[in-house]
Design a protein around this ligand. Sequence first.
Ligand code: AMP
Ligand code: MG
Length: 410
Amino acid sequence: MSDCCSAPGLLPFKQALSNMLTQVSPITETLILPIEQALHYVLAQAIASPLNVPPHDNSAMDGYAFKVNCLAESKTLKLVGRSMAGSPFQGTCNPGECIRIMTGAKMPDSCDSVEMQENVSVDGEQITFLQDKTFGSHVRKSGEDIKLNQKVLEQGHSITAVDIGVLASLGVAEVKVYRKLKVALIATGDELKLPGQALRVGDIYESNSFVLAGMLKQLNVEVIDFGIIEDNFESIKSAFISADEQADAVISSGGVSVGDADYTKTVLDELGEIGFWKIAMKPGKPFAFGKLANSVFFGLPGNPVSALVTFHQLALVALTKMQNAEPLKRTHLSVKCVDELRKAPGRMDFQRGILSTNEQGENVVASTGSQGSGILSSLARANCFIILASEQGKVESGEMVSVQLFDQYL
Ligand code: AMP
Ligand code: MG
């Protein structure tokens, strides 16, 4: 695998993404799960409806069912029975007759229309219709929601809570899904401490794994957390070996920039086929990607914003492919930027922005302010990335820019 750090120039973002995607393969193992356990799993089968929904024509109102032609003869019909939800009318409704019907109850085959109870007058068994009706009034047709054999969910779809309801409404009790991906998380750095521990001079709190674990859980991934590994060859090597044995993907943060990258790079050179890339993106220039004996490896930069942006824009896309899910659909909008943005040509910027609607009803984006790659709070305050193309220079206030809305992972 080529070492881009030694190549002149930087690897364009899109090329890095497509290189990575060509090198990851989807998992094949599946399992059958009861629908109530299937939330966020990726479907390994398309689901076609085994029935019409609703299964039979039924009433949309509490009222009276009848044949619309009968009203041409007389506005008063004789009540001969009733159809309740779960207890349909068994007889025949002849010309000149009607039946009492409740919302959701099956339409008798001998009726075609329903009048709501507010529009009739009742005198014992004599029901007088106060208004003209058209054929099929207030009838929900069989299959109007979903038709028999209609495809309802695609293979590769990540199951939502609403989907589980749809599956239940079809009488589907179990689904075939892909197993969860297993992802190992490793934070490298002698300076890192866990929240709750005391900081020595020069220490900082570890935050990357906390955010990454949260984002991975959203992806329905099983996280294997290796915690903080100190910057030395043996510790990093044994953590990477153990992570590779247990996981489909290993994600480390820190140690990929020049200097303290040495251990990580030497270990990875020994264990697998890893490329250290300098990607033309900001934040996030240094990034390692490749293969260990059993797993794929993503080496994120240590700076929190860089780690999370490269994870979100690159690693997450690859993990989605590995879990067989439909490609992520991210929403891009072109909006007016109300701040001046600093930018030098050469790298694609993922600046943190706050998108809002101003008093004129116009969508505008503001900068979160300082864009340093260590300023995690800038990501917390933002609701979108302002994506500026590589060749773009500084942005004047009032210019149109492209924003990508944060998705459920951020
Ligand atoms: P490195 O890539 O290891 O040189 O780290 C770059 C910067 O990110 C340094 O300031 C590190 O202290 C910081 N850093 C590295 N890993 C983490 C982490 N897991 N959480 C928070 N900051 C980190
Ligand atoms: Mg480090």
